[in-house]
Design a protein around this ligand. Structure first.
Ligand code: 5GP
Ligand code: SF4
Ligand code: MG
Length: 464
């Protein structure tokens, strides 16, 4: 999912949120929502569909306030329907809160039971509603917004990057591992006449689009509280162990976003360079699978000396195939999405670079299409390791039995996909290629080494 928040009484906050969500569209395409707050008055509009389909000028004009909180959703816990769209609203003793969540909790069962015991009506099937209710509960038992938030966060295990709007200001946090990203930006930072205003967003690309300047990431286990007097920060987690999702770096985040000062475009290009050294191929042309494989393909071409070219054209108007939540749509999605360029491919030995193979569905169809278009040899190189384990922290890499690499050797995958040769990057190369600390990443879907323990009941639902 994508989350966004802004506190800026003199700006059109709904419009800022709209553009922020527009830049975060790749993080979730099922539903979009914006809540605005002005003192005690809360307004919300959320619906199924893309940001551009959900909102129009009239709807945005009706959303007035000093604060806006926005969300783009793709479902991991809770099904795909409008009742589960976010922000989630909860009424408290101190007024309404609007919560937008990215990530996935692993102690949902426990949390749900505790809240049901307190006679809460659960309106949705999402873990995000549970966080909002836990916070409402704590506020109603006498805490202020910050105390209420901290007591709720301490009850949560798993991945949560949150933006929470209240009548007083917006709160932002990341779980103690910082599995999902969240960044702070500033509006009017270099103006003498305009007040400095703060923005929170899943990725820096959402700051760029509204002309906000990147300040820093919210730290794992940190709470930031943004009000009329600026920003304050405190550390609520007793133990912090940074484990940013490495899949954000490799695939999920936009290449024009940065983490901890590192450009994801450059990181992905360097992955391609390392891949060319670790797993060379003899061919006439290097091409990337659009769009996510392209930076690595450029890197591969640089180091191998094999010319880079475009062998596939992507229909820009089709969403991410894997984000469509069922297999049939995924298969239709692939056929709608990529078209091979016959005159580029004919008679050529090609190296095809992709960022990942998850189920193998895309790759298999793609390879057949490239051969049909005249490629004489197809060598596939993947700029990440084999995905062998499911994610419980908010990326829908599917159940283990759907993962092509869970049970197959690389040679068996090669045959399954139908390529002449297949090479992956190692886990070491993947983490050592970032400019950040290699230990500061979650790599569980490649290693099975889950940084936040997953309860057996939950494991059983996804593991073979
Ligand atoms: P596959 O061959 O596994 O069907 O698809 C691999 C391609 O689709 C890659 O280009 C990758 O960008 C994208 N992809 C498909 N499914 C997923 C998924 O569940 N997670 C991620 N991260 N990427 C996926
Ligand atoms: Fe990211 Fe994989 Fe860890 Fe999930 S298991 S958080 S996809 S690295
Ligand atoms: Mg891709």
């Amino acid at each position: 999912c994508g989350v966004f928040g802004v506190y800026a009484p003199e700006e059109d906050v709904a419009n800022l949120a709209y553009f922020g969500l527009f830049a975060l569209q790749h993080r979730g395409q099922e539903s979009a929502g914006i809540a605005t707050l002005q003192g005690d008055r809360l307004q919300i509009y959320k619906h199924m569909g893309l940001v551009s389909q959900v909102f129009n000028e009239g709807i945005l004009a009706d959303l007035q306030g000093d604060i806006a909180v926005g969300h783009t959703r793709y479902s991991t816990t809770g099904s795909s329907h409008v009742g589960n769209a976010q922000p989630v609203i909860v009424e408290t003793r101190l007024g309404s809160l609007a919560l937008a969540h990215n990530g996935n909790l692993v102690n949902v069962t426990e949390l749900r039971e505790a809240l049901l015991d307190k006679n809460h009506n659960l309106l949705t099937t999402t873990d995000s509603e549970l966080i909002a209710l836990a916070m409402g509960d704590a506020v109603d038992s006498g805490g202020d917004w910050v105390q209420g938030a901290i007591s709720a966060f301490k009850r949560c295990q798993g991945a949560f990057s949150l933006v929470i709007g209240t009548p007083q200001g917006i709160l932002g946090t990341r779980d103690p591992q910082g599995i999902r990203p969240l960044v702070i930006g500033v509006l009017n930072g270099d103006s003498d006449s305009l007040p400095t205003r703060y923005v929170l967003a899943s990725e820096t690309c959402a700051l760029d689009i509204i002309g906000a300047t990147y300040v820093r990431s919210v730290k794992p286990g940190e709470l930031v509280w943004i009000t009329d007097s600026g920003i304050t920060s405190l550390q609520w987690a007793d133990q912090v162990l940074p484990k940013l999702c490495v899949f954000e770096m490799i695939y999920f985040s936009r290449p024009d976003s940065c983490y901890e000062g590192e450009s994801l475009y450059s990181y992905r290009q360097r992955l391609g360079q390392v891949l060319a050294k670790d797993s060379p191929a003899e061919a006439d042309l290097v091409m990337g699978v659009p769009d996510s494989g392209i930076p690595a393909a450029i890197g591969f071409s640089k180091v191998s000396g094999i010319p880079y070219g475009e062998g596939l054209i992507k229909n820009r108007y089709v969403g991410r195939t894997f984000i469509q939540p069922n297999q049939h749509m995924r298969e239709v999605g692939i056929r709608m999405k990529l078209n091979p360029l016959r005159d580029v491919l004919i008679g050529k030995r090609v190296v095809v670079i992709d960022d990942s193979i998850v189920r193998g569905t895309t790759s298999r169809k793609l390879v057949q299409a490239l051969r049909d278009a005249g490629a004489t040899e197809v060598h596939m190189r993947i700029s990440s390791p084999p995905v062998t384990h499911p994610c419980f922290y908010g990326i829908d890499t599917d159940n283990q039995d759907q993962l092509v690499a869970a049970t197959r050797s690389i040679e068996a995958i090669r045959q399954h996909i139908g390529v002449d040769s297949l090479g992956y990057l190692s886990v070491e190369s993947m983490v050592n290629t970032t400019l950040n600390e290699p230990e500061h990443f979650c790599t569980a879907c490649f290693t099975g080494d889950y940084p936040v323990p997953v309860p057996d009941s939950m494991k059983r639902s996804k593991l073979m």
